[in-house]
Ligand binder design. Structure first.
Ligand SMILES: C[S@@+](CC[C@H](N)C(=O)[O-])C[C@H]1O[C@@H](n2cnc3c(N)ncnc32)[C@H](O)[C@@H]1O
Length: 199
């Protein structure tokens, strides 16, 4: 990464934090960079582009091609501008739409070696099951915020407004943990990052 690219990313990171645009946590960014350094994925899928921050990190960390899905058109415009400024626009293809509707078309005929699931928290399990047939053996799937405000660990009853997400996240983690086709590494810093290896 050049000093200019670092500067652009830092500006967009700070802007996102100031304007409460959801981008990956700093802990997740560190894990993402570590995974990319170690595995150098080449075919990448992301669900939840937002303003293109995490896809930029991935594009700058490996010689990869990225498919990314986002339902908000305005965020896609911001992301495209960021990718252009960073010089990574030829590595990233963005698909506009609801992932529930377009995911299977986006993945059709492709095999990915890395998937970043970072959209609706309650849909992690369903989305993991949808992407699994399109991830090669030895490939990785990563999900941010899986310990959701520290409410997921243990079996205490969460406050009402968080109950559905917490229940779904517990179900998701239990599903991954009990599968003999998946290997879960749970990074507990921040809001929790799940790094899942497909066996
Ligand atoms: C946490 S943000 C993604 C952050 C991004 N991965 C990053 O770290 O820079 C989640 C994004 O997913 C999008 N999203 C949520 N549900 C979606 C869906 N069903 N289909 C497509 N995009 C969705 C939201 O609009 C939002 O921009």
């Amino acid at each position: 990464m050049t000093p200019r690219q670092e500067e652009i990313l830092l500006d967009i990171h700070d802007l996102a934090r100031e304007q409460f645009v959801m981008i990956l946590s700093d802990e997740c960014e560190k894990v993402l960079k570590d995974v990319f350094q170690k595995y150098r994925p080449q075919r990448v899928l992301e669900i939840g582009t937002a303003i293109g921050y995490s896809s930029s990190i991935m594009a700058l960390s490996s010689d990869c091609k990225i498919d990314t899905i986002e339902k908000d058109e305005e965020r896609i415009s911001t992301a495209k501008e960021l990718w252009r400024r960073l010089g990574v626009d030829d590595k990233i293809k963005v698909y506009h739409g609801d992932s529930d509707e377009i995911l299977s078309d986006v993945m059709a005929g492709k095999i990915y070696d890395f998937v970043f699931i970072d959209a609706a928290k309650s849909a992690y399990k369903r989305q993991l099951q949808s992407v699994l047939p399109y991830v090669k053996k030895g490939g990785m799937i990563m999900c941010d915020d899986v310990l959701y405000l520290g409410l997921v660990k243990g079996d205490s009853y969460p406050p009402h407004k968080h109950r559905t997400i917490v229940r779904n996240m517990r179900e998701f983690l239990a599903y991954v943990d009990s599968s003999n086709k998946l290997e879960l590494t749970l990074v507990e810093e921040g809001n929790g990052v799940a790094v899942i290896k497909v066996l």
